[in-house]
Design a protein around this ligand. Structure first.
Ligand code: ADP
Ligand code: ASP
Ligand code: MG
Length: 456
């Protein structure tokens, strides 16, 4: 069994959807096709939510009309049957009724938010399902909310793997007895009461990986709009190279430290069942892509540089009221209390610097820290991470790193906590420059070999 996940740009219009059909056709055996919303749709649904929050129902309804048009146009270009148009129109009547009701209530709860966000994937999967039928490919459509179960942490729900596995074995396996190909949605799920939840922005990759893991698929393919995982973000760095192979650890660190190409949680379910993950280009399907496996056969070295903006650095110095023993644990207790996860940490006996990117409880955290320490907060910071197995033990990497960044102020360094990651913190405004300098230093002179492939 192969799971194929197609992202928003991969299903952005009729031509892309036809392309998806031909890619799925090149694969053999049982296939589960997991799709994202059409490109731009989830962002517009977020705009609808923001408009409602700003008490601008008119704007929200205008956006909803634009989305209706967009989906009808794709259906038209795909030459689909009239009942598909009816279905789409009805879905939007339903959405507009919901928007009107929420406007009366005067608030959009996280629960309603997920309800609104789910329209993107529900519509795209319906279009794609019908495009397959139109091409005389016999496929089934499954509402993944009947399978993928989560808790009620709306907008970032946590998966109940046990329930999901049970449902997948019943629902998906029996549908696979009818047809070899199943179309379903990424990103959305439901809680025990059946209410719609979502897995967080970009979560379709994670959905696909969950399905692959509970059904023990042979392979997970993430189809996107670039040739695979690249040495850095191609929107910022020119001349990136394709990475042919990564380990699970390298890929998950990369995703966690900002490489948007994979949702941070994607790798974890695949690791459990040792499912190989491929990242491939929908618009260049014969390229080899990136293969992610438990152990790489290629050289251990820096493989990529990622970044994550929106980081906050908190420098905390003990005023010695607690003595050296109590200090660190008191600091972390506060972050635990406010459910704020800490990403990078450097410590000494009396001071600690750490980064967070969740600002929800920042003021409360600082207030409590100030009871026993001096606190300094630096906003608009970014983490830049070099990733690759063996980084820690490759001599000279750190010195090359700091040499090339000589003119840039580095406010934190984290080296050695992990075998695969060297991270620094710089001001957000320096990210582009630092990234280009580092990329040039480590990848500037590389040619195609068994680790990297030059892009043309
Ligand atoms: P999809 O809609 O297919 O899920 P995303 O937009 O979420 O696609 O992710 C793909 C994008 O990630 C690419 O177009 C690219 O701009 C960006 N990206 C950032 N870092 C990397 C990287 N290291 N390798 C590849 N793509 C990256
Ligand atoms: N459509 C969702 C988003 O844009 C999920 C995804 O594309 O992965 O965040
Ligand atoms: Mg994505």
């Amino acid at each position: 069994m192969t799971i194929l996940k197609f992202g928003g740009t991969s299903v952005q219009n009729a031509e892309a959807i036809r392309n998806v059909i031909s890619i799925v056709e090149t694969r053999k055996g049982k296939r589960i096709v997991v799709v994202s919303a059409v490109a731009g749709v989830t962002n517009k649904l977020v705009n609808i939510i923001n408009s409602l929050n700003a008490e601008n129902l008119h704007q929200a309804l205008t956006y909803s009309d634009e989305l209706l048009e967009k989906h009808l146009n794709i259906a038209k270009e795909l030459n689909l049957k009239s009942d598909v148009f009816e279905f789409i129109k009805n879905k939007f009547i339903e959405l507009q009724n919901l928007l009107n009701a929420l406007d009366v209530l005067g608030e959009v709860s996280p629960k309603s938010k997920d309800m609104i966000l789910s329209y993107g994937e529900l519509l795209s999967s319906f279009l794609i399902y019908n495009a397959f039928l139109k091409a005389k490919k016999y496929v089934s459509l499954i509402d993944i909310r009947t399978v993928l179960k989560t808790d009620s942490n709306y907008t970032e729900a946590n998966v109940n793997f046990k329930e999901t596995k049970k449902n997948a074995e019943n629902i998906i396996n029996s549908a696979l007895q009818q047809n070899d190909i199943i179309i379903t949605q990424g990103f959305i799920a439901s809680n025990a009461q059946g209410f719609t939840t979502t897995l967080g922005r970009g979560g379709s990759d994670y959905s696909a990986s969950i399905i692959a893991s509970v059904l023990k698929a042979e392979k997970l393919e993430i189809w996107t709009d670039v040739d695979g995982i690249l040495t850095s973000d191609p929107r910022i760095v020119k001349e990136t190279l394709l990475i042919r192979e990564l380990s699970y650890t390298e890929a998950s660190e990369l995703a966690f430290f900002g490489a948007k190409v994979l949702h941070p949680k994607t790798i974890y379910p695949a690791v459990k069942e040792e499912i190989p993950v491929w990242v491939l280009n929908t618009f260049n399907p014969f390229k080899s892509g990136t293969k992610i496996v438990s152990k790489t056969s290629t050289k251990k070295m820096i493989k990529a540089i990622a970044f994550r903006k929106g980081t906050i650095v908190i420098n905390i110095s003990s005023n010695r009221m607690l003595g050296a023993y109590g200090f660190l644990s008191s600091v972390f207790e506060i972050f635990k209390k406010y459910e704020t996860s800490v990403d990078l940490v450097t410590t000494s006996e009396v001071s600690i610097s750490l980064t967070i990117d969740d600002t929800k409880n920042l003021d409360l955290i600082v207030k409590e820290l100030k009871k026993f320490s001096t606190v300094e907060v630096q906003k608009k910071q970014a983490i830049i991470s070099a990733i690759g197995e063996g980084i820690k033990n490759t001599s000279g990497i750190a010195s090359r790193f700091f040499n090339v960044l000589k003119g840039i102020n580095i406010s934190m360094v984290s080296l050695g906590a992990s075998e695969v990651n060297l991270s620094i913190v710089v001001s957000e405004k320096d990210v582009e420059k630092a990234l280009s300098l580092l990329h040039n230093e480590f990848f500037g002179n590389l040619k195609s070999d068994d680790v990297f492939q030059k892009l043309n």
